[in-house]
Structure formats: C-alpha cells, structure tokens
Design a protein around this ligand. Sequence first.
Ligand SMILES: O=C(O)Cc1cc(O)ccc1O
Ligand SMILES: [Fe+2]
Length: 498
Amino acid sequence: MAGEPLEYLAGFGNEFHSEALPGALPQGQNNPKVCPYGLYAEQLSGTHFTAPRVANRRSWLYRIRPSVTHEPFHPAPFPNDNLTADFTAGHITPNQLRWRPFPVPTEPVDWVRGLFTLCGAGRAGAKDGIAVHVYACNRSMERSALANADGDMLLVPQQGALRLITEFGRLDVAPGEIAVVPRGVRFAVELRCGAARGYVLETFAGHFALPDLGPIGSNGLASPRDFLHPVAWYEDVEGVSYQVLHKLEGQLFVGSQSFSPFNVVAWHGNYVPYKYDLSRFCPVNSVAFDHPDPSIFTVLTVPPLAPGGPPVADFVIFPPRWLVAERTFRPPYYHRNTASEFMGLIRGQYEAKVDGGFLPGGASLHLCMTPHGPDTQTFERASGGSGADAPSHLGHETLAFMFETSAIPRVTPAALGCPNVDRDYYKCWVGLKSHFDPSRRDPLPAVPAGGKAAGAAAGGGKPGGGANGLGPTPALVDGEAKAAANGGVVANGAGVLG
Ligand SMILES: O=C(O)Cc1cc(O)ccc1O
Ligand SMILES: [Fe+2]
C-alpha cells in the first residue's frame, strides 16, 4: 500500500483541536463574525445541548462551504433492502444461530451498498437499541459520503484494510483494528488492498465509552492514549457532483452537491471519529483458578441510559493470551445469559469452537437465555488429561469478538434466509455425552489448604515452580509434595476423597 502513514491525535474523550492551514482555527471564540481564510463555522452536536458536562459531546468545524449547501434529499435510487433499522418484521428464535463466512461480492459493490443488517433491537426513531450489520464490498465509495443520523457505528474490519475519509480527516483501519464513526459525521470508505469484509455495531443510543475499571485499578484493558483521532485534512474540490447519503431510521436518502464534503480546514471538540488497535488491549484474567465472565475483555461500552441499568451494548474481544488457571476447565463455560451475544471472528480459531464451523468472516448469535458453550471436541480436549495444568497460549493468530446487548435482538428475514446460514450448527454439541456414573467419584484436584500455596512449596518456594517459571507446578501432580506443603496432611487429594 502506497503512501505515508497518517498522523493521529491520541486520547479518549479529550478536547482535541487540529488545523490543516496555520491559523485556520479561530482563537478565543467559536463563531467569529468572519472566520480565518473565509471559512464557515459549523457545530456538530452529539448530545443534547444541556447534557451534563461529563457526557457533553460537540465539535466545531471550519469549512469551505457549510453542509447545508446541497440539493434536496430524496430516497436513494439504488437498492439496499438488506440495510434496515426496522426490526418489527424480524424473527426471534431460541435456537443457536451461526453463519458461515459472508461472501464477498463479484459485481461492483461499495461499502454502503455492501451493508447487510443481521439483527437489531429497539428503534432508531426513539434513539434506543442497536443494530448489527456485516459489510462485504470490492469498490471504494467514489464521490459519495455517508452520514448516519441513526447512531454511532463501530467498524470491525475482518478482511481488507479501509481508509475512512471523514470530515475530521482520515483514518487507516486494518483488520485487527476498529474504528468508531459518531452519529452524523460524514465519511467515505476507500479500500486500501482489494475486497473488504467486516462487522458493524450500530448504537441508536448514547456513545461508546471506556468501561470503568473498578478493582482492576487505574490501568489495564484499553488505554485512553491508544485511541487515535484524525488530524484536519481537506480537499477543495468544486464543480463536481458529489452524493451525500443520509441514513435516517434505516432509510438511505441522497442529496447532490457540487463540492466535496471533506472541506473542513480546521476543527476542535470532543465529538470526533477514532480508531484503536486491538493488539494494544491489555487483558486481565484469572491467574489462579476458574474462568471469569467475558466482561473482563470489554474494550468499549455504551453506558446505561439510566443509572444502574444495563449497558446498551458492549464490545468485547477474545485476544491472544496465556491460559494459566489451574484445576480449571479453561474454555468458556456452558451458559445461558440474560444478555444476547453476537460473535464474529477476525482471524484464527475461537477457543470454544474447534469443529471448524466458526470461521473468520462468519458469525454466531445466541439470544437471551439460549444455551451455548464449547463444542464437543473442545469439551473433550479441555476436560481430558490428568495431572498438572501447564500454562498454554491460545496462539497469536486468534482474534474473536462479541457484541453483547441486554436487549433481545430480532434477526432480519434476509439474515435468516441467506445461503450461508449454518443449519447444522446445533450438531456441534450433539456428541456431548453423559459422563455421569454415580458409583464413581473421581479424585478432586488439589486445593491448597491452610492458605499455604502447594505450588510454591513444591517449586522450592519459587513462583511458577517449573523450570522456566511457566511449567507445571509439580505439587499439583505429586501427592508427597502436596503432603509436605500441607504439613503432612494430604488435603482434598485422592487420599481423602478417592
Ligand atoms: O463463547 C461465548 O459464548 C462468549 C463467552 C466467552 C466466555 O469466555 C465466557 C462466556 C461467554 O458467553
Ligand atoms: Fe456466550
């Protein structure tokens, strides 16, 4: 890919400012009688004017012509019946749903035309709920830009790098990175290296925020300084026909104008698109035993509408990492959740599905209380074996994610009817057999007693115990060492419970 790397402004929720020409940003006031360079001042608000200061979002743009200079909008002439914000005709099902990878088109399709709504909840018109889309396209948007009046869009590229041209400047976003384009910001998607495919979480309510860290403390997970915002960039292109697309309650309207909408020479504010490299995420996890809830991997959240309520949506990743929990079934546990979970795979294999049916570019959906969990092979593999649990690495090539919502999304008829629906998904659990035998009581693995760490004693007091500090702790396989660690008593071992 040709071209210099783009410049960015780092932070999260900051008051940023940027100018592409020196002195283009008015100083000391937002709307002077005459702006520098003869620019027009225009405000873009992302919250109601009187929103509390901590939540208030708006930016000021200084542009060659104001956004209002366009022909009247009318319904877009090209069909994309697969893009919707109306879920009244959607289906609900207690069945587990899975899609094989969504096909990349062969006929020319740009990013907007390649959007395909899979499911959603609530109403864009009430600024409440979410939608989940996938996109698959093979053409850059040419002389057209989209403004989504329905909400913020979080883009998760899976294949093909994108360049987002926005009113605020440009963002290069490759698979493994994500981007957020807030409600109303005009943007165009260019393809940087051929066909592209990915996922979109659209929130009709609120904005994406960093999760609170609670007892984790002041560091960890996604760090504010890793969120990158564009610097001002403009093109002074006049006398062309530019199509501005406007999505309102899922409907696409188009208005023509004779100049590029990317004509912002300077801007300042805290309502700005951004990107984030998921490899910067610092996972925090169990270092002793048990499998924590996936909320530990929340990158971004759309906070509750009312204090104490559930988040509107969470964006969670399952990044490459070490698994070290002892005497623990390490893959995701079997579960039925009150939240609904949409999952996608950016690359590699997901830790709960080794059957080969959950593939990069595909997806799964488990609505409220739909049972799911590891497939048969994963269960057999992870619960088998005996003795110590050596630390294991998931592999650096794995990257799955989840859009989680407390609402119950409805699945669009198009998504349920598309040819890549995996009608055999349920079979990945069919082989889970009963291991129950009332006459058998397996020895339970060791639990250190009396607050004394068996592993530390057996490892000669060294943390980790194994030769490289990562290997199995002999105490957990060796009855004698266990006895020594527990003052001569084999607690919870085969001697007591077998
Ligand atoms: O695979 C899933 O369903 C997602 C998931 C992962 C996990 O580690 C725990 C719970 C959960 O829903
Ligand atoms: Fe789940």
